[in-house]
Design a protein around this ligand. Structure first.
Ligand code: AMP
Length: 415
């Protein structure tokens, strides 16, 4: 199938040609005609499937044809993180080059004034994180009364991060009749509940089996004691000569500690988590993308939405408390059809988390040991196998870089 078979106009076809997109991905094949027809869509699509173009291309076409540009906000895309917001915004800019369509991005953790200035210059497509969007809407700085399409991107993650209240408040600012496009990599009860309140007779699109990890990603599990994990990471990177490795930890403290530890072992690493200023996060990502550092150590939230081409290696320094995050993490590799390797380091105490991952993905992993890093059997006996998960609230606070301190740092930060 070709893009021209999907009803896209010549102008967009020329842009896609210039971008080197030769054929539509499965989600694009399924979603583009539905979005063009104005239908609500419920799409189960994981990272790297081309889902952004699947909604951006038909929306650009519709609003160029129907409304012209820069009169009012026609499209609102909500994303869980600022990184994903930037990425989606950049995609709209790339896909609409030369058309005059204006996309504006707004997210928390950055000054609101430049975002207001950008909005005042005219905005057809607004890409925003829920907190900042709500701030703009409640202060009367944007008018969503002309909105025609709402896109919820990575809806599962937005719910995980506790954005449900913000989303419900945002809905009150929208006109009753609008198209809703709902994208989620994974589906659970919360996601189903939200989609039931939002969608009318949606087109159901699922390009891969629900909750399956990205194809072409080899998944390896190494059993190792917690205190040996940093050394094992350094060993794996060094001995295999891996040049670009994304490493996930659960907490910002672990991010900093591991990046420091790797540095001591001669492996250049930068760190990304919610406590870092936006500029620092962008510099860290750029250093990683351009190969100035070999490793990027990140929390789940900070890494969400990072689009790194041709990333081959992902290491789960710790398994996530939320098994769905495992799918997102390993979706960072094996992107755009490339093979990838995802290595998870699992201590005895974390075995229950591995079981959660197995249940969700339907896979059964056979853990391996790395010579010299074999787990200590005595430690296993004393460790027990207790399930101790933190609350959603504390997970979110940690990922966002919020501490338990009283005062400013402890307050909820809008993204
Ligand atoms: P996404 O799933 O939207 O994050 O897209 C993943 C990556 O695939 C991005 O880097 C896109 O630029 C790229 N991409 C999207 N659609 C296509 C296509 N039809 N052909 C080639 N690359 C694509």
């Amino acid at each position: 199938m070709r893009f021209s078979d999907l009803g896209l106009q010549t102008q967009l076809l020329a842009i896609l040609d210039e971008l080197g997109y030769q054929a539509p991905t499965p989600i694009q094949q399924a979603a583009i005609p539905e979005v063009l027809a104005g239908r609500d869509v419920l799409a189960g699509a994981q990272t790297g499937t081309g889902k952004t173009a699947a909604f951006a291309l038909p929306l650009i076409q519709r609003y160029l044809a129907d409304e012209g540009t820069s009169k009012a906000i026609h499209v609102l895309v909500l994303t869980p993180t600022r990184e994903l917001a930037q990425q989606v915004h950049q995609s709209f800019v790339a896909y609409s080059q030369g058309t005059g369509l204006r996309s504006v991005v707004a997210y928390g953790g950055a000054s609101i004034n430049p975002q207001i200035d950008a909005l005042n210059k005219g905005c057809d497509v607004l890409v925003a994180t829920p907190g900042r969007l709500l701030e703009l809407a409640t202060k009367g700085l944007i008018d969503l009364g002309t909105l025609q399409t709402l896109v919820l991107d990575e809806a599962d993650r937005m719910l995980d991060m506790g954005f449900i209240i913000d989303i419900k408040r945002i809905l009150r600012h929208l006109p009753e009749a609008h198209q809703t496009l709902f994208f989620s990599a994974t589906f659970n009860d919360d996601v189903f509940a939200l989609k039931n309140t939002l969608l009318i007779d949606p087109a159901l699109i699922e390009v891969t089996e629900r909750n399956t990890a990205a194809a072409k990603v080899e998944q390896r599990i190494y059993e190792v004691d917690s205190h040996k994990k940093a050394a094992l990471v350094a060993y794996l990177i060094g001995a295999n000569n891996w040049q670009q490795v994304l490493i996930f930890t659960r907490t910002k403290q672990a991010v900093d500690a591991l990046a420091k530890e790797l540095g001591k072992d001669g492996i250049t690493a930068s760190a990304v988590h919610g406590d870092k200023a936006q500029g620092a996060r962008e510099r860290a990502l750029e250093a990683f993308k351009t190969g100035q550092v070999r490793a990027l150590v990140a929390t789940d939230v900070a890494a969400r939405g990072l689009d790194i081409q041709q990333l081959q290696y992902v290491i789960n320094y710790e398994l996530p408390y939320n098994a769905e995050d495992y799918i997102h993490r390993i979706g960072r590799t094996g992107r755009a059809g490339l093979a990838g390797l995802a290595v998870s380091l699992v201590s005895h105490k974390e075995k229950y988390l591995l079981e959660d991952v197995e249940k969700l993905t339907g896979e059964h992993f056979i853990p391996q040991w790395v010579e010299g890093f074999e787990p200590n059997p005595a430690a296993q006996e004393s460790a027990g196998n207790t399930r101790r998960k933190p609350s959603k609230k504390s997970l979110r606070a940690n990922a966002l870089g919020q501490t338990g301190n009283k005062g400013k740092a402890g307050k909820r930060r809008r993204r």
